[in-house]
Design a protein around this ligand. Structure first.
Ligand SMILES: *[C@@H]1O[C@H](CO)[C@@H](O)[C@H](O)[C@H]1NC(C)=O
Ligand SMILES: *[C@@H]1O[C@H](CO)[C@@H](O)[C@H](O)[C@H]1NC(C)=O
Ligand SMILES: *[C@@H]1O[C@H](CO)[C@@H](O)[C@H](O)[C@H]1NC(C)=O
Ligand SMILES: *[C@@H]1O[C@H](CO)[C@@H](O)[C@H](O)[C@H]1NC(C)=O
Ligand SMILES: *[C@@H]1O[C@H](CO)[C@@H](O)[C@H](O)[C@H]1NC(C)=O
Length: 525
């Protein structure tokens, strides 16, 4: 994750740098995995959607966070019960390349940092791990996740252990103080070798958030394929995941040149997307544009997230947009983060992670409504083997993570019980019931939307309006021959209604999101 001081830089970059994000997909079962056009698939060619959470293990202690709070198996089960199928587990290069970490045990690592309380607590919760060396402890965490059938992506987050990432922290790009390309390849090779034959390790992210004054496209093409080849040679089973430039916001340079590798069906690109890294409009625009380019590789949005206390308006707004795009593009992803609190971060002991899904004791959800909201994104909407139904659409509501379901009245419910819809050239939102063709019909302002068979009337014609294209609007007759434009909305009883369209003017204080719906392609039953 980029450190806070960089937020302004991000804002600047995002207005000047074209972001290319390649759409993609992937989710939950047996290794090894492959890439197949824009999807991650299993051996049988079926889509496996990566629905991961980041678990931090690259800070000063070089130990997966939280093990002083809860036993490993409890945390692993918790990850599973929250609906994730995978963990992006971060590691610093020094874990396997620097002698001073090679024989260090967890206990001694904590001692070195003065984390006396953590030692006692860790010993109580995870006595079988505390006297392991750091790499053995890391392997124990991977094993613990495997015991819960959770896939693992190993992410080389930086070189020297510590909080990441800044422009001038010496870890940003090939040739920086702590980023020797040869050492990097050596470390990747070691890590790939250690986890060869460990079936739940399905991928390796080669380097997190390339950045800084030294970054340039020729060196990206010079070194990234070398890293990829080294990993593949040491461990041909894993997906090789490459990040872009500018803190993983920019893959646009791939438009003109492709990576040339000796192996096939293993390449995945990753990108990051935070509220502080993007204004929603340009992100939406470029995501769509990029998806249209069909570069033909999966995209793993390996970091995104928000302050889960909900008090940061910029985050709150960005996240509506992220939800909509994540559903529409159905890409693979890893949420930032699992972490409730850190052993020590930037010199402060016990720092809370406000982006973390677990609370400071690593026991309860930090924000239950947030966790429910993202659950719709944990299953694939489409892709090879995602079937049961014919191609249709669901009407996704980004604000809640729910879909329009139930007929009479229409309400919001789980996207897996959603009504199937089509959107026709005549702008009719159609559905089938007992082989009958029905359609969505606007009623008066504030009234329930109906499903009927008078599909040629004006109130059966729906348009996507506003800049977001997420207002779904129709016209209804209010009096005599007078009609008014209304938009789909949800009332306080969770019933889908039509109301006057909100926030079509440019008022920045207006919140339109109860009226945002996204028609998402799916083949789910
Ligand atoms: C190994 O790590 C220590 C502690 O972070 C650091 O001071 C030292 O420079 C590193 N050695 C090498 C060869 O990178
Ligand atoms: C959870 O997040 C929502 C906004 O996303 C916010 O309104 C709410 O207050 C948060 N709840 C807690 C317990 O932080
Ligand atoms: C949507 O259209 C597809 C293709 O025309 C059709 O097979 C499917 O039955 C339709 N689904 C619904 C819910 O109308
Ligand atoms: C409404 O429009 C129809 C057709 O244009 C017309 O016949 C009818 O008289 C109009 N009614 C009123 C109340 O204006
Ligand atoms: C239509 O509605 C507008 C605005 O409410 C009103 O000014 C106008 O008189 C109405 N026309 C008819 C024919 O009712």
């Amino acid at each position: 994750m980029a450190s806070f001081s960089l937020f302004l830089f991000f804002t600047f970059m995002t207005t000047t740098t074209a972001l290319l994000v390649l759409a993609r997909g992937g989710a939950a079962s047996a290794a090894p995995l492959y890439s197949d056009s824009r999807w991650v698939v299993n051996h049988g060619g079926q889509r496996v959607k990566l629905a991961c959470v980041n678990w931090v293990s690259h800070l000063d202690a070089v130990v997966a966070e939280g093990l002083s709070k809860q036993p490993l198996d409890v945390i692993s089960k918790r990850i599973k019960s929250m609906g994730f199928n995978c963990v992006r587990l971060t590691w610093p290069l020094y874990l396997v390349t620097n002698d001073s970490y090679a024989s260090l045990t967890v206990r001694n690592s904590f001692r070195r940092l003065g984390l006396v309380e953590s030692i006692a607590a860790f010993e109580a919760k995870n006595p079988h791990i505390i006297d392991l060396t750091l790499i053995k402890a890391f392997q124990a965490v991977v094993k613990g996740l495997g015991d819960e059938n959770l896939m693992v992506i190993l992410d080389n987050h930086l070189t020297r252990p510590g909080w990441c990432c800044g422009n001038t922290d010496g870890n940003g790009f090939f040739g920086d103080e702590f980023f020797d390309p040869n050492l990097w390849i050596e470390g990747l090779t070691k890590m790939a070798t250690i986890f060869r034959g460990v079936p739940n390790v399905v991928g390796m992210s080669l380097r997190n958030e390339l950045r800084g004054p030294k970054q340039n496209v020729p060196d990206w093409f010079r070194y990234m394929p070398k890293g990829a080849e080294a990993v593949h040679a040491a461990n041909p089973e894993v997906l090789v995941i490459l990040s872009g430039l500018s803190f993983d916001l920019d893959l646009s340079f791939l438009r003109n040149k492709q990576v040339s590798l000796t192996f096939k069906r293993k390449l995945v690109y990753e990108a990051h997307w935070y509220g502080f890294s993007s204004g929603q409009n340009w992100v939406t625009r470029n995501l769509n544009e990029a998806c249209g380019q069909g570069q033909g590789f999966p995209l793993f949005v390996s970091e995104f997230g928000m302050d889960l206390r909900g008090g940061n308006l910029n985050d709150v707004r960005y996240f509506h947009c992220l939800m909509a795009v994540a559903a529409e593009l159905d890409f693979d992803w890893a949420l930032w983060s699992l972490v409730g609190s850190y052993y020590i971060r930037e010199g402060l002991k016990g720092t809370s992670e406000v982006f973390g899904v677990l609370d400071e004791e690593w026991s309860r959800l930090r924000n239950g409504s947030f966790s429910r909201r993202i659950s719709a994104l944990q299953s694939p909407f489409r892709g090879p083997g995602v079937s049961g139904g014919s191609a249709h659409k669901v009407m996704f509501h980004p604000l809640t993570g729910l879909c329009v379901s139930g007929v009479g009245p229409l309400t919001l419910g789980s996207c897996s019980d959603s009504v199937g819809w089509n959107y026709t050239n005549q702008q009719i939102v159609s559905t089938k019931k007992d082989t009958k063709d029905l359609c969505l019909q606007a009623a008066e302002v504030g009234k329930e939307v109906r499903v009927g068979n008078q599909c040629l009337d004006a109130n059966s014609k729906w348009e996507m309006i506003s800049d977001s294209k997420m207002h779904i609007s129709s016209k209804v007759v209010i009096k005599d021959n007078n009609s008014t434009v209304v938009c789909l909305d949800v009332d306080s009883n969770n019933v889908v209604v039509t109301n006057a369209c909100k926030c079509l003017s440019t008022d920045p204080n207006c919140d339109p999101t109860s009226q945002w719906f996204k028609l998402v392609d799916t083949t789910r039953a």
